[in-house]
Ligand binder design. Structure first.
Ligand code: FAD
Length: 404
């Protein structure tokens, strides 16, 4: 038997990926951190960077915009999309590692380097030529931004039960409904609005839903949906007899929910990568503090109750990252990763939550201080356990993949 048989799995990143990660980190140091330093407390303080209505102040909005454009120019923003459409064409492993890398710098403008919900997501590659030029290309370049409009006041997890409808009238569609919690809605140039076009009784649970590209002056921005620590980023999209031409249908009529499901695993991989990167950042902060802070004549890291928190945080982060790499690898092999990415999303976001809690605890009073970012991480970890399918929805998926 050969000594190399059975070694078909590797967790080593290839040289090209390592170079991309180095370049990404340099980009964050050279282009993003100076902007963060300029903004100072406008970016880091829980209240100072907001207008009275709860919107981030203009310099923050402008800085986010700048980061997107520069990142697009440098080739990081749309790295997940194929080269054919102007993306970076990287593998899922590289995209996972890059997202993890960007988020391992903590929370800040670095979150906008690799595109999120406001950017070029794979669903947009269903655009026809005309839609691509008008809507998608500027998003890939970071010149326009968008939003994914599915959740409503009445439905979130059970989104096929949406009550937003679109009715055909000649060459136009008339959309009526109300979306909420839509990331980037207050700033988006257009929203991908999901609406029921054929009743569930005729089209089945997941059929009969169509996605429309609705421009910012065609919908009314309702209130902000302010998640703690995410103020001003999500908003309500009110669609009151909105008329759009047939040319705004993204993909096929009645097929949008199936299209979105195609990309479900990518969304979960992305959140997993974010959670792992943020856990790595916190772990570093906790480790550093434990080796500097003294109490009772010792470094606090010498107390077993502190060091075991760090060891547990490290084990959780390491395990979550291993799941993330495995998911990305399976997706690159075109293997089914539905169960894997649910495990990742569920495990990595809970790991992040636990790591954030331990980091707060290790920092004592400084842990809960507004001067430090740690409580913000606890809030954000909570958010990550809800978006892109809650903990419970991930467990439902795992159970159903287990035949239950
Ligand atoms: C910061 C933030 C950003 C967001 N961005 C977007 C966006 O860009 N676009 C968008 O469309 N949406 C967005 N959302 C909405 C998000 O996707 C939903 O909040 C999420 O899907 C949960 O839906 P819900 O809030 O309606 O909760 P519900 O679906 O009402 O669930 C409430 C509780 O019941 C549980 N539950 C529901 N069904 C089941 C079940 N079958 N089995 C077990 N438990 C169940 C849930 O797990 C949860 O604990 C965002 C939300 C937040 C907080």
């Amino acid at each position: 038997m050969s000594g190399t048989s059975g070694t078909g799995v590797s967790f080593a990143l290839d040289d090209e990926t390592k170079l991309i990660l180095e370049g990404l980190q340099d980009f964050i140091k050279q282009e993003v951190e100076p902007l963060e330093n300029e903004l100072g407390e406008l970016l880091t303080h829980p209240r100072k960077g907001y207008t009275e209505e709860g919107r981030p102040v203009e310099p923050v909005v402008e800085a986010i915009d700048k980061v997107r454009r520069k990142s697009a120019e440098a080739g990081y923003y749309a790295m997940n999309l194929s080269e054919e459409v102007g993306g970076g064409g990287v593998s899922n492993v590289t995209w996972y590692a890059a997202t993890r890398q960007a988020f391992s710098n903590g929370r800040g403008l670095n979150e906008h380097v690799v595109a999120g919900a406001e950017g070029p997501k794979p669903l947009l590659t269903l655009a026809n030529e005309e839609q691509f030029e008008t809507y998608v290309k500027p998003v890939i370049k970071g010149e326009k931004s968008t939003g994914f409009g599915q959740t409503e006041p009445g439905v979130g997890s059970d989104s096929p039960n949406m009550s937003t409808t679109a009715e055909k009238d000649g060459d136009e569609w008339i959309i009526n409904g109300n979306k909420q919690w839509i990331t980037n809605a207050p700033y988006a140039d257009f929203i991908q609005v999901f609406a029921r076009t054929t009743p569930q009784s005729d089209a089945g649970r997941h059929g009969g839903i169509t996605c429309f590209l609705v421009e910012d002056d065609e919908f009314e921005l309702g209130g902000y949906n302010n998640a703690v620590g995410q103020e001003g980023l999500q908003g309500e999209v009110i669609l009151d007899d909105v008329r759009v031409p047939e040319s705004r249908v993204l993909g096929e009529v009645d097929r949008a929910f199936y299209d979105a499901m195609e990309f479900l695993s990518l969304g979960r991989l992305e959140i997993g990568a974010q959670a792992v990167g943020l856990s790595e950042y916190l772990l570093e902060q906790a480790r550093e503090y434990a080796t500097e802070r003294e109490a009772f004549g010792s470094k606090i890291g010498d107390f077993q109750q502190v060091s075991s928190k760090i060891a547990t945080a490290r084990a959780r982060t390491y395990a979550a990252d291993s799941v993330g790499l495995r998911c990305a690898w399976k997706m690159d092999q075109n293997m089914d990763a539905i169960e894997d990415t649910s495990i990742l999303k569920w495990f990595a976001t809970q790991a992040y939550w636990e790591v954030a809690d331990s980091t707060v605890q290790i920092h004592g009073g400084n842990g809960v201080s507004e001067e430090n970012p740690f409580m913000d991480h606890l809030h954000f970890a909570r958010v990550l356990r809800i978006v892109e399918g809650t903990d419970e929805i991930q467990l439902n998926t795992i159970a159903s993949q287990q035949g239950l």
